[in-house]
Design a protein around this ligand. Sequence first.
Ligand code: KG4
Ligand code: ZN
Length: 328
Amino acid sequence: MKVLGIESSCDETGIAIYDTDKGLIADQLYSQVALHAEYGGVVPELASRDHIQKTTPLIKAALKESGLSFKDIDGIAYTRGPGLIGALMVGASIGRSLAWGLGIPAVGVHHMEGHLLAPMLDENQTIDFPFVALLVSGGHTMLVEVKAIGDYRIMGESLDDAVGEAFDKTAKMLGLGYPGGPVLAALAEKGEPGAYDFPRPMIRQGGLDFSYSGLKTFALTTWNSSTKTEQVKANISHAFQEAVVDTLFIKCKRALKDAEAKRLIIAGGVGANKRLREKLQELPADVFFPPMKYCTDNGAMIAYAGALRLQAGQTEPAEIQPKPRWSL
Ligand code: KG4
Ligand code: ZN
């Protein structure tokens, strides 16, 4: 089965084709980062307009890359939610209409399920169920117990800012631009360990929820009361990153124990963080990361998750119903 996947939930247009026999056979991505940079964040209306312009050309490019034509496609998967309503509407309308026109099934995929299954796109690793997944993106921070495809239990989540959001907001405060997460992470490598000691929120009480807005404020207070040098900026980045990574580490350890699981997979944009990758290797579990390019938003994860769902016989009626808010 060959499934065309469309991702358009935020600021990336991702189009991919997943073949259940051969694996990923096309993967096209266009990032709108430059478009939103001058505003310091994603502007929803601009995002929707850009998805409209890029989706069809990228579908053509994906077909060309795979050497296929529309008649070879057996199903369409598009991101149904959660995400920006206008942006989702573009992918859903194009995906659903295309499926209708071609007379093939379509399925709306949960964006976080896409992230959650992304490590399985790596042909060099097989991941057996059950496992615990840590989803860390710009919009979500959650620990999920995964017993099988579609059998998910949310074990804990952020009560305020998502971890990627906290990275981005802290980076913005330090004048590191947008999206600042990766920039802050790079700067953290130049920081002096121990220069600042940041709190580790929500680790004393039991449970698996997270909180990151206090850490962001702590970084701001520290910056405002310090001499503003590049080294201080690096030191704050370092201390912030260490605190975030520590809290994620502690909660993952707890979650693995609670679920009696031996496998942990990391998904979402923050999964690209080097320090997090390094630290989580210390866990008493097999830890899997998606290949770097599948950590952030992409069409491949949607094509893959959609292929699994279509193979299981799941399709949707012809209505176009994006879900900007949708729990896993
Ligand atoms: O999954 P994703 O591409 O989009 C969402 O669905 O949110 O995640 C993007 C988030 C952004 O907040 C970005 O700053 C963060 O992931 N991110 C990082 C790194 N690379 C991306 N955060 C920390 N360290 C990184 N290396
Ligand atoms: Zn995402």
